[in-house]
Design a protein around this ligand. Sequence first.
Ligand code: PLP
Length: 479
Amino acid sequence: MSSPNAESTAFRSALEVIRAVEPRVADAIGAELADQRESLKLIASENYASPATLLAMGNWFSDKYAEGTVGRRFYAGCQNVDTVEALAAEHARELFGASHAYVQPHSGIDANLVAFWAILADRVESPALKRAQVRQVNDLTEEDWFALRRELGDQRMLGMSLDAGGHLTHGFRPNISGKMFDQRSYGTDPATGLIDYDRVAEAAREFRPLILVAGYSAYPRKVNFRIMREIADSVGATFMVDMAHFAGLVAGKVFTGDFDPVPHAHIVTTTTHKSLRGPRGGMVLCGPELADQVDRGCPMVLGGPLPHVMAAKAVALAEARRPDFADYAQRIVDNAQALAEGLLGRGATLVTGGTDNHLVLIDVSGYGLTGRQAEQALLDSGIVTNRNAVPQDPNGAWYTSGIRIGTPALTTRGLGAAEMDATAELIHTVLSQTTPGSNADGTPSKAKYVLDPALADKVSRQATDLLSTHPLYPSVTLT
Ligand code: PLP
């Protein structure tokens, strides 16, 4: 462990150097820390990376081009980048028990693109090259190349529907994946809100996808990856899991056996900045069959790797391999369950009635509100959440009927079950005291709301009090 003094000095010195060039940037960085310190951050996809992880990003690695892979670069002078990329990959392999790790993706979207194109290369391009008896695409005739491009664009993907908690990058039209694939979705059982594996199997049999995707950003339960793999195998699909949200729970061995995606999936993608608590970035894990195709991510779909972020990934993954990370991961789930119980006990409606993971999805229609109204009213009261669709949401993806809350960030700050109950009380107070507003013409609004500013102020102060016992980055003082 570094000394608190060293951490303070490092950040203070960095700000002094930045301030000499553009003081407004230094001020904004300082203001961001102050804002984060004061807000009750319940955004399920955010966290607080360690000082070591943050500091690993601000250095000379940022200046380096390093296309290629460890030991096989298209640029000279990459020996130090090789060191950090190899370290990050080694930590990832060891942490997750994967045979191959590719740590270059710049984000979760990029990790998914790498995975999709690795699968397409393996399942569509390679057989086409073999049929044409050539080694690479440049050797195909114009006619064969045209046919291959059409075949690549004519593949199917089956993933979780957006309103059930799936992610835009799993084949939805606003994202490139929806333009690449013919996509169908599986939803959840309307009665329980849970994945109905028989229905997934039925959809897979009917649709016969090339890729079956599991993973979510707003499903509050575990997924049985063993069953999903069996479904994929039964239709010859490649099974991909996007564990962007719950990678920290896999790393911390909260999700094991059937609920650990790594032994069951052909390929696993993740972000590194959510429950895993690393720098903003992505990563792909796979077995030897897909490793070569995955390693072609840059320049296939990625720009040059970000060596400074790979350095930070190596630091964060080293942290996640320590025994205390398993304790952290378990506390994330304990806290989410305490929050869920606190809300249920006060009369809130939760999608699926609770949680097995790091997130809770409140159906705020029970309070007579849209997600948009609830999100803003909570924000006015110092509670940062985000609105999210609920299954079969009547308010669509913009206004929504849900509020998604997650515990990775507050758990990093050290809050526990008692504070989760207090947080549930604050959320319930705000939502039960907020009423829908109306438009200028008197019609009901899905965005406007009425909340007594005095109550919002009071809750804000209570939220700050709650946080004051668990200061964020206690080792860092900027003044
Ligand atoms: N996959 C899932 C399941 C996500 O929840 C997200 C982000 O919210 C992503 C991918 C995309 O991650 P990024 O924002 O890093 O591109």
